[in-house]
Every structure is written in structure tokens, then in C-alpha cells.
Design a protein around this ligand. Structure first.
Ligand SMILES: [Mn+2]
Length: 296
């Protein structure tokens, strides 16, 4: 290993597998995996570039968080990108389940950078397959402009637009959606019938402390999925389906900070379709991952 060098293709403050074994330490707490897959995107394509630009953007942050008065000191291994199969969700999902399952077997908590939202299904399915976790005890905390609860989208069962319905099929104990401002009538009816709680941006802005309390009160394991379109397009324009009227970065930061002390079993940050250095969407996505890591 050479001193004074860094690898811009891995997430900031993380180690590659080689470096990790050189350090001869225990397995890292968190494993970062990029999934460059965007074959079901409806509108603004390019989420395949998300892992690249989110990692690049991660370099412009401090290792110290002024709000938490904390230096980032958790162990993070960046294991690179998934070998995704363009145009084939099923094959991509099988590869994804294989990698996530191997992380879980090591006791490493996965942090997945999308890719479009359909990939979250492969991650959550890996948990349900391990057998060490009772899905009935798991809460899915979902930040998004959209419910993604359609049973199919244009005839497709697996899509960024159906991902939360497919995750619901895995029978998690509870689902909470925050930032919702776009849905079909049948999606809202499904959510109400199934006891899925959802909160719109005006509700969140009017009572941010109430929202923090809802997150504080989650019992048991939590899986967190963040579609970056939860932010207003003024802060996150490079997403698959930009939708006006979203959250501000400070709102999302406070909600992520509310996870402190929670048993978070995995995090994904999806739908970033940035295609240039310094793009605000990738910067906000990298910040969200770092905000989460500062809690550890
Ligand atoms: Mn969305």
C-alpha cells in the first residue's frame, strides 16, 4: 500500500477488500455495494451512473459532523459494483441476492447505492431468505415521492414503480412511507387497507418533531430505503421521476438522524441519475449515506 494515495472509485472513508485484509481487522460493520441498473426507468434514465457519481461526491464532505459533534469512526468496506445485466431484472436480482446474502452471512450490514428503485426488492428478499430474521418483525422505512405500491406497471410485476408492492409481498411487519406526494387512487386505498402509514411533505414540514418521534418509536429491525426523489427537484433534479413539492435536505437529515440507536439492518439510496461531477443530486445522496454512517 502506498501512502498519500486514495481511490476515488470507492466511497469516502471506506476501505477496499484488499486494504481490509491488510489491516487484519474483524469484518467491517458496513458493506457498500453499487448497483448500476436502470432498465425499468420510466422517464429520466441514467441511474446506472448513480454509484459512480455518489461515490465521487462523497469526497467533498468532512469526516466530522458538526451537528452530532462526532467523528466518523465506523468500519466501512466498499466492495464495488454489482455485475448487473442490462435489460434483465431477474438475472440482476439473482446476482444481487447472491452478493447481499454473502454480506449478511459475514455479519456485514449492506448499504446499496442504486440504480433504480427495483433493486431494493433484491436486497430485502435476501433478508427474508437468510432465515435468521423474522420478516414479521421488520419495519420498512421508505422515503420517496411515490408509493410504488402498484401490483404491476404497464404489465410488469418488477419495476421501480412496483417495488414497494413486491416488498410488501415479502410480508414485513410494518411499512412507513415519508415524503409521498404522487400515487394512484388504488395505491392509497391499498395502503389504507394494509395499514401502511404514509406522510406527505406538508405533514412532515408541519410536524417534523412528530415524524422524528414516529421513527424513534419503531421497535425491532428497520430496513431503510431512500429514493432521492423524496427531496424537492430543486435539490434533487437528477432522478428517474422528479416530482415537485418535496422535502428539503435539512428535513431528510433530521429524519435520518432520528434513526440513532435503531437496529438498522440495511440502507439503500436509489434513483440518482447524475451524469456530471458536482451534480446536486449525487451530493445529497452521498450526504444521506454519510449522515447515516455518523450515527454508528
Ligand atoms: Mn420515487
Amino acid at each position: 500500500m502506498h501512502l498519500y494515495t486514495e481511490n476515488p472509485l470507492k466511497f469516502a472513508f471506506s476501505q477496499t477488500e484488499c486494504e481490509y485484509s491488510d489491516l487484519n481487522e474483524d469484518k467491517p460493520s458496513f458493506g457498500i455495494l453499487g448497483v448500476p441498473f436502470d432498465s425499468t426507468t420510466t422517464y429520466q434514465a441514467g441511474a446506472r451512473y448513480g454509484p459512480l457519481f455518489v461515490r465521487e461526491a462523497s469526497y467533498n464532505f468532512e469526516k466530522y459532523n458538526i451537528f452530532l459533534n462526532k467523528i466518523l469512526n465506523t468500519t466501512v468496506q466498499d466492495i464495488g459494483n454489482l455485475e448487473s445485466v442490462p435489460g434483465n431484472f431477474n438475472k440482476t436480482c439473482l446476482n444481487l441476492e447472491s452478493v447481499i446474502s454473502s454480506l449478511l452471512e459475514e455479519g456485514t450490514t449492506p448499504i446499496t447505492i442504486g440504480g433504480e428503485h427495483s433493486i431494493s426488492y433484491g436486497v430485502v428478499k435476501s433478508f427474508s431468505k437468510t432465515g435468521t430474521l423474522d420478516m414479521q418483525e421488520v419495519t420498512i422505512l421508505h422515503f420517496d415521492a411515490h408509493m410504488d405500491l402498484r401490483d404491476d406497471y404497464m404489465g410488469e410485476k418488477f419495476s421501480h414503480a412496483t417495488v414497494m408492492r413486491r416488498i410488501h409481498d415479502l410480508k414485513p411487519g410494518h411499512m412507513i412511507q415519508m415524503g409521498i406526494r404522487s400515487a394512484s387512487q388504488s395505491e392509497t386505498e391499498f395502503a389504507q387497507d394494509e395499514g401502511i402509514d404514509y406522510y406527505t411533505p406538508p405533514e412532515i414540514k408541519e410536524d417534523i418533531q412528530g415524524m422524528e418521534k414516529i421513527i424513534h418509536q419503531i421497535k425491532g429491525p428497520v430496513y431503510v430505503t431512500v429514493d432521492m426523489d423524496v427531496l424537492d427537484p430543486s435539490y434533487a433534479p437528477s432522478v428517474g421521476t422528479p416530482t415537485p413539492g418535496g422535502l428539503e435536505p435539512r428535513d431528510l437529515e433530521r429524519l435520518i438522524f432520528s434513526l440513532e440507536g435503531k437496529e438498522v439492518i440495511g440502507l439503500d439510496v436509489v434513483e440518482v441519475s447524475s451524469n456530471s461531477i458536482g451534480d446536486i443530486t449525487s451530493i445529497n445522496a452521498a450526504k444521506t449515506i454519510l449522515d447515516f454512517l455518523f450515527l454508528q
